[in-house]
Design a protein around this ligand. Structure first.
Ligand code: FPP
Length: 250
């Protein structure tokens, strides 16, 4: 990927170069509402502050030259929230896309949205298309924003595509139809906000991912927290079904 040195967060101080980096991090950004409530602010203030943490994560991961960062911004279940919160989240999404597009492009980041975007307003769909088109040719980090995304939806839409005109389908053929199939599977999954569950995020893609849960609320999640998660990941032994002895020998 290209030189991302003009991105503001430097990294060497928080993550020693000898440690193994994940190639792909996936994050459930949880705790915005509680962060706001603790401060007697409307929940929306937490989401607004959460955008800053999302920007930090993009900057740090790009600076580390990761292949991919995937952020869960809006689940297919989040439509059940009060209408006003949903509307505010959609507007926040539109404004974040407008404000971040140029910087993503300058930093050679390819952004795309995964999920069923047909439920979004024309304005939001257009804005998504614009940023995807602008950044499509970039070959640095891929930033995937999961929006109106659900892991079960993803598997179902892949199954529908895979069976069309196809009799015997194997795993490799099937996974070509899943979201993120062009990327390495996530190495590290992070969920902030204290809950320890996957909540219908990347169900297929997280099969061998290292899971990391923290009580830190998303708006408080800063560069040092992200580095701590990455250091924790670097200390894990990934066996993919093999024995510890086999892994050590290899
Ligand atoms: C979960 O916190 C957060 C969300 C449902 C929305 C996440 C959105 C952002 C961080 C802003 C937009 C991001 C981008 C990339 C444009 P919660 O509301 O469930 O918090 P709670 O569990 O404390 O109620």
């Amino acid at each position: 990927m290209s030189d991302a040195s003009h991105i503001s967060h430097s990294c060497e101080d928080i993550f020693p170069a000898r440690l193994e980096l994940p190639r792909h991090i996936a994050i459930i950004m949880d705790g915005n509402g509680r962060w706001a409530q603790q401060r007697h602010l409307p929940r929306f203030a937490g989401h607004k502050s959460g955008v800053k943490s999302a920007r930090m994560a993009v900057e740090v991961c790009a600076n580390f030259h990761l292949d991919a960062l995937t952020l869960f911004a809006f689940s297919s279940e989040n439509w059940k929230r009060p209408r006003t919160e949903v509307d505010l989240l959609m507007n926040l999404f539109i404004s974040a896309l407008r404000e971040e597009a140029a910087s993503l492009h300058e930093n050679n980041i390819r952004m795309r949205v995964i999920g069923d975007r047909t439920a979004f307003s024309d304005k939001l769909q257009k804005r998504i298309d614009e940023v995807e088109t602008l950044t499509a040719g970039n070959d640095g980090m891929t930033l995937s924003i999961a929006a109106n995304y659900g892991g079960r939806w993803d598997i179902l839409q892949a199954a529908r595509q895979a069976v069309t005109g196809n009799q015997g389908i194997d795993e490799e053929q099937f996974l070509r139809h899943l979201s993120l199939s062009d990327l390495p599977e996530p190495d590290l999954f992070i969920r902030t906000g204290g809950e320890q569950r996957i909540s219908n995020f990347l169900l297929w893609q997280l099969a061998y991912t290292e899971l990391y849960f923290t009580d830190t609320l998303w708006p408080d999640f800063d560069k040092s927290h992200l580095a701590a998660a990455m250091r924790d990941y670097a200390g894990r032994q990934r066996r993919f079904g093999r024995t510890a002895e086999q892994v050590e020998k290899a």
